[in-house]
Write a protein that binds this ligand. Structure first.
Ligand code: ADP
Ligand code: MG
Length: 702
């Protein structure tokens, strides 16, 4: 690297230190007040900030600005405007006003709104989110000033993923502060949730990627036989990183550092061609913005290296899919992590109270959490023996599980298990201190030292939805708890009883065993934990009366917003499966079947040629192969016709739940039935006539 990391870090961000340097003292102070304590923004302040922001951006070559927002597609959107304003003499000036900074009005009619806004009343507004810093993006379009914004309708309903997240953060902060006041922490005025999202992805050769319509149109392979080698040797996980991938990672890190993103960890993942990147955690809304930027930047940088970055949850059948681990904790404005148990958690009553609240929240709303991690791609991972199962449970680890059992059994926890020293049997190795708890890789919701790790999210998803749910359900549990303590006469007794009662009532959500085991399915059923296998099964819970009441109570979503999200989800599911079905139909009709016909002709020609040349020669190999291939070809054609018919039937269903269910039950099955004979044929047919790159080509030739 030519320049020092410390110098490039945050170079393209209009961050606190740039603002301090460029804004008049008064303006800076007023803006920081809004950012830190949520006070209303003065329009005069906005004007001064806009001007400073523009000057800074133009000095760095920016010609355009854009309000950067996160509509319900789950990705980001932008509409660029240049800074030019005409002046006399046919000249232009570069201008940018406070009004333009604060409010934008993209024509919003083509974003999913789930009925919140009919297309004839297309007004949608973007509003500056000053808590997330503006930044510059440099690409083929030049340099653009990107202003993070929230996106809402004319009537104020959230049309995006960010607004509800910001609302949930406020709700959570209020409830946590209430509890902390009761514990005597008068100095704490706000609490934020910290989030670190680990991102898994695949990198494959772009030339080969472009030859596969399924990857191009759907992000995953819809056909493909397993190569002789998959991930069984476990030699890719944490393996040495190939040069081409390393050079991608290097450039990715530099791009991210410029954007002020704390890119920290990178390694190879379990499947061949699979990798992971994790930044250092930050406040949830910033972590959410940053995760979007990471995904976007990965795609762009991959292209520059002749690679394609796959963010789909299951690009390849038969090897691991990709997830996103959402590490979450609660941090006070005085810098304390409330999920830090200390060395002796049994004595840390405040921690145990927060822990109880989280157990209650996750147990009462396991279905909502499952829903928050749902997308069509993730259906292939959850419950498919690799990622966490679709059943939500909490892993506490030995130490906390032991404290909780003491509480349940005797009403009092008297000791905490300690980790001790790690003995390797080699005297020259340092004596390491062991953690009190081992790790568990199969739990969907695991306590990992001083944070919870929600591991169910899919790799392509925005983390905003899951954190919105997590924040709100924890706020709800804390609010019930605060109600009780505030009216109690004896604080100590009340907290003690509350902890014991809550952990006892919700102990069924704790599971420290193997989440992949078959027995867990039975056990979870016996415990009454929901097992929502697919996205379509999970959607209805967001419009449950009690759920609506909860979200309304905390001002996170109103009933219309929730109903619209249910509708959008059904629609998104149906559309995704429909595109997959159409892609399969296209590939089978135009690629596989013609290739197989060519191959059968080659075989038939060969049989005839052999017979003509040497009538008594044995041509049974060709004959048998021809028979086998022809039978599979017939099967392929039947399955293709069936898929066409089922897709046509699906389109006749009423849009929404009914249609999504038909796609899930009928079309998905018809797709599997078409894939099967084609994959069998791939193992029989001459590679030279096979029309697309195989799994072996895609996964191992990077
Ligand atoms: P692992 O793969 O072992 O789970 P990583 O180091 O890959 O761990 O990722 C852990 C993630 O958790 C990182 O993004 C890290 O910044 C984040 N993290 C660490 N501590 C906290 C915390 N207190 N709150 C939220 N996130 C955290
Ligand atoms: Mg992890």
């Amino acid at each position: 690297m030519q320049e020092k990391l410390t110098e490039i870090f945050g170079r393209d961000v209009f961050n606190e230190s740039v603002m301090k340097e460029r804004l008049p003292k008064e303006t800076f102070r007023a803006l920081m007040k809004t950012i830190e304590s949520g006070e209303d923004l003065d329009p005069n302040v906005a004007n001064i900030v806009a001007n400073a922001m523009k000057d800074w951006a133009i000095e760095r070559g920016a010609t355009h600005y854009t309000h950067w927002f996160q509509p319900m597609t789950g990705i980001t959107a932008e509409k660029h405007d240049s800074f030019i304003t005409p002046v006399s003499g046919g000249k232009v000036l570069m201008e940018f006003s406070g009004k333009e900074l604060i409010k934008g009005e993209p024509d919003a009619s083509s974003f999913p709104s789930g009925g919140l806004r009919a297309t004839f009343e297309a007004r949608g507004y973007t509003a500056w989110d000053c808590t997330s810093p503006a930044f510059l993006r440099e690409d083929a379009a030049g340099v653009t000033l990107c202003i993070p914004t929230a996106f809402c309708s004319y009537t104020g309903e959230a049309l995006d993923k960010k607004t509800p997240l910001l609302r949930s953060m406020e709700a959570l902060s209020t409830q946590v502060v209430r509890i902390l006041k009761l514990f005597g922490h008068k100095d704490v005025t706000s609490v934020s949730c910290s989030v670190g999202a680990e991102q898994e992805y695949f990198l494959i050769d772009r030339e080969k990627y472009l030859q596969r319509e399924d990857l191009v149109f759907t992000g995953r392979t819809l056909f493909g036989a397993m190569p002789p080698k998959g991930q069984e040797l476990e030699d890719h996980y944490f393996g040495s990183i190939k040069e081409r991938i390393a050079s991608f990672m290097r450039e990715l890190n530099i791009e991210l550092w410029k954007l002020g993103i704390l890119a920290k960890t990178q390694h190879n993942e379990a499947a061949p061609a699979q990798h992971e990147i994790a930044p250092i955690y930050s406040t949830a809304n910033i972590a959410s913005d940053h995760n979007q930027l990471i995904m976007d930047t990965m795609k762009k940088v991959a292209m520059r290296h002749g690679l394609a970055c796959l963010l789909h949850e299951k690009p390849f059948a038969g090897v691991n899919g990709s997830g996103k681990h959402n590490n979450w904790s609660l941090v006070t404005n005085t810098g304390k992590n409330l999920l830090e148990p200390g060395k002796t958690p049994h004595e840390n009553i405040q921690f145990l109270l927060f822990l109880s609240a989280i157990l209650k929240a996750v147990d009462e709303h396991a279905d909502l959490l499952r829903m928050s991690a749902s997308c069509p791609g993730n259906d292939h991972r959850l419950g498919a023996n690799e990622a966490p199962p679709a059943i939500i449970s909490i892993f506490l680890g030995d130490q906390l599980a032991d404290v909780v059992s003491q509480l349940i059994e005797t009403g009092e926890a008297k000791h905490s298990k300690q980790g001790g020293k790690l003995s390797t049997g080699v005297h020259t190795l340092p004596k390491l201190r062991k953690d009190a708890t081992d790790r568990n890789r199969t739990s969907p919701f695991a306590f990992t030292g001083n944070k919870f790790e929600f591991r169910t999210l899919g790799s392509s998803m925005s983390i905003a939805g899951a954190n919105t749910v997590l924040n709100t359900i924890v706020a709800d549990a804390l609010s019930d708890i605060a109600d009780e303590i505030e009216t109690a006469s004896d604080f100590d007794m009340c907290v003690h009883d509350l902890i014991k009662r809550t952990v006892t009532q919700h102990q069924r959500i704790i599971f420290n065993g193997n989440g992949y085991a078959k027995e867990w399915l039975e056990e979870a059923k016996w415990r009454g934990l929901p097992n929502l296998e697919t996205m379509v099964d999970a959607i209805p819970c967001i419009t449950d009366e009690k759920v609506i009441q909860m979200f309304e109570k905390f001002g996170v979503y109103n009933s219309a917003e929730l109903n619209s999200r249910a509708e959008i989800n059904y629609e998104a599911y149906s559309k995704a499966i429909h595109i997959e079905a159409k892609t399969m139909i296209e590939m089978a009709s135009k690629k596989y079947i013609p290739a197989i016909i060519t191959y059968t002709k080659n075989l038939a020609d060969s049989i005839n040629a052999v017979k003509a040349a040497v009538p008594e020669a044995d041509s049974s190999v060709q004959v048998n192969l021809l028979k086998e291939v022809s039978t599979l070809l017939t099967k392929t054609n039947e399955a293709l016709n069936n898929l066409k018919e089922k897709s046509a039937q699906a389109l006749k269903k009423e849009a929404g739940k009914e249609q999504a269910e038909f796609f899930k039950d009928e079309v998905v099955a018809a797709m599997a039935a078409l894939r099967s004979p084609v994959d069998e044929l791939e193992m029989l047919v001459d590679k030279n006539v096979w029309p697309v790159p195989t799994y072996g080509d895609l996964l191992f030739e990077v």
